[in-house]
Design a binder for this molecule. Structure first.
Ligand SMILES: [Zn+2]
Length: 252
């Protein structure tokens, strides 16, 4: 290699090291009042799924939780002397479709994508935290997603148990039950993104909010303080799981 080419290469490497800090992408699930996108395009996001017995809507709780999670990630990074970015796919009661949400996530500096949800099902008796990933047969990043999602579910469950001792870590499930086996439309859109190959992606279902016991323990009273405890545990995991840009520098 001639000296001028070597010089250019070194400059390129130096700018790679100085690249923007890694960004954690948080997607507050649902939002707004109407379905966004279309099933044909595999972009449809429903405005709301779960509702608590007292009428709290998942779409509002995902946003409340995500805004607190953003603060906790930044605080945890600051405590560790780390610089991290946190971006949300929405910061108000709107419902971007999955193409729009994926576009926000598709950044060269994205470290991971976590879509925040609250669950329902089991006739109001189910409880526990879980993470959802794209099934193995259509997920080239299956091993990465699975390891990441297991840690995330465990971090969430551990903190939820401070308020709800019987809550279980349900671990990682696959998305094969969705859309007749085709899986989550959000994963479908994320997998088409140029910059997200090899980056962990999952849904986190914090708890089953249709269960009256969960509502009483986790949503009633000072909900912001309870969410902050759970978010802090998740933030500690996410900051630890997000590598420094220098570690991603290719060896030459
Ligand atoms: Zn949901």
């Amino acid at each position: 290699m001639n000296p001028s080419r070597l010089c250019l290469l070194l400059l390129a490497l130096a700018s790679a090291v100085r690249a923007d800090p890694p960004a954690i992408l948080i997607d507050p699930g649902h939002g707004g009042a109407a379905v966004a996108g279309s099933l044909d395009q595999r972009s449809n996001s429903s405005p709301n799924n779960a509702t608590s017995p007292g009428g709290l809507k998942e779409k509002d709780l995902t946003l409340e939780f995500s805004l607190i999670l953003k603060e906790e990630i930044l605080a945890e990074a600051d405590r560790q002397g780390r610089v991290l970015g946190v971006l949300l796919t929405r910061e108000s009661d709107v419902n971007p479709n999955f193409i729009e949400r994926a576009k926000i996530c598709d950044r060269p500096d994205t470290a991971c994508v976590v879509s925040i949800h609250f669950n329902a099902g089991g006739g109001g008796k189910a409880s526990g935290s879980l993470a959802l990933i794209a099934a193995k047969e259509r997920n080239p990043d299956y091993a990465i997603d699975r390891a990441f999602a297991a840690g995330l579910s465990a971090a969430c469950s551990k903190a939820v148990r401070e308020y709800l001792p019987g809550s279980k870590d349900r671990g990682v499930i696959h998305d094969s039950h969705l859309h007749g086996g085709r899986g989550s439309n959000f994963f479908f859109q994320l997998q088409r993104c140029e910059h997200l190959k090899g980056k962990p992606k999952c849904f986190l279902e914090v708890e089953f909010i249709d269960n009256p016991a969960v509502e009483k323990a986790l949503l009633d009273g000072d909900r912001a303080a309870k969410f902050r405890t759970v978010a802090a545990s998740i933030a500690a995991y996410l900051v630890a799981a997000t590598e420094e840009p220098a570690k991603r520098r290719p060896k030459d």
